[in-house]
Design a binder for this molecule. Structure first.
Ligand SMILES: [Fe+2]
Length: 210
């Protein structure tokens, strides 16, 4: 599986394309700000776009969604239903997600981990050793929990689960804050929040995110 990271927009968001090298079956994650960049790459590389994956419903992660939806709804747009309240309109093909399920996007298999905290419906997507963490986990940071629907307690529980991922898993975050990519092994060592969660230090975690 191949991953391409695109830095887009005024808030240094990341959109992603991932694809199977043999079939070219592909998925796009968080199409935002400059969808034409993603579409051009997809076209040049002859990718067969099978699905759209949203890590959560904040507009800076999905304001470039429209060109990737199919008006007949034949291309699934995955978003956890706990975030539907933030959508201005439901896109064609909208499908919800469950924790632990495996999505099949053509030849691609993508695991879903529900990681509420930043928003109630935040998810991380797992594929081929890559973990797309949206605004849940950044390099050396965690997502904000002072927004409508945020919960520091839920974020702690999510970080406890993330801290159990293998060290060689690659972090692909939702923004370019402090860095663009890392591994969970490195983050367990240097990301204060992941470290506290790994050590079971709930009170310290809640104090640190406040
Ligand atoms: Fe966000």
């Amino acid at each position: 599986m191949k991953v391409r990271q695109f830095k887009v927009g005024p808030m240094d968001n990341f959109s992603y394309l991932l694809w199977d090298e043999e079939t070219r079956d592909a998925a796009v994650i968080d199409p935002a700000w400059q969808p034409e960049k993603l579409a051009a790459f997809s076209g040049e590389n002859k990718l067969n776009l099978q699905a759209v994956l949203l890590t959560h419903a904040h507009p800076d992660h999905l304001n470039g969604l429209a060109p990737f939806t199919d008006p007949e709804g034949r291309r699934p747009v995955y978003l956890h239903d706990a975030d539907y309240f933030m959508l201005e309109a439901k896109p064609a093909g909208l499908k919800t997600l469950s924790d632990g399920e495996t999505l099949q996007a053509g030849a691609l298999k993508i695991g879903v981990m529900h990681t509420p905290g930043h928003t109630p419906g935040s998810v991380c997507y797992l594929a081929g050793g890559a973990v797309f963490t949206g605004d849940t986990l950044f390099i050396g940071e965690c997502g904000r929990v002072d927004l409508p629907g945020s919960s520091a307690e839920s974020l702690y529980d999510s970080f406890v689960r993330l801290a159990a991922l293998p060290d060689d898993s690659v972090v692909w975050p939702g923004h370019s804050y402090n860095g663009d990519t890392s591994t969970f092994g490195v983050q367990k060592e240097y990301n204060l929040y992941l470290k506290l969660a790994r050590q079971g230090r709930r009170a310290d975690f809640l104090k640190a995110v406040a």
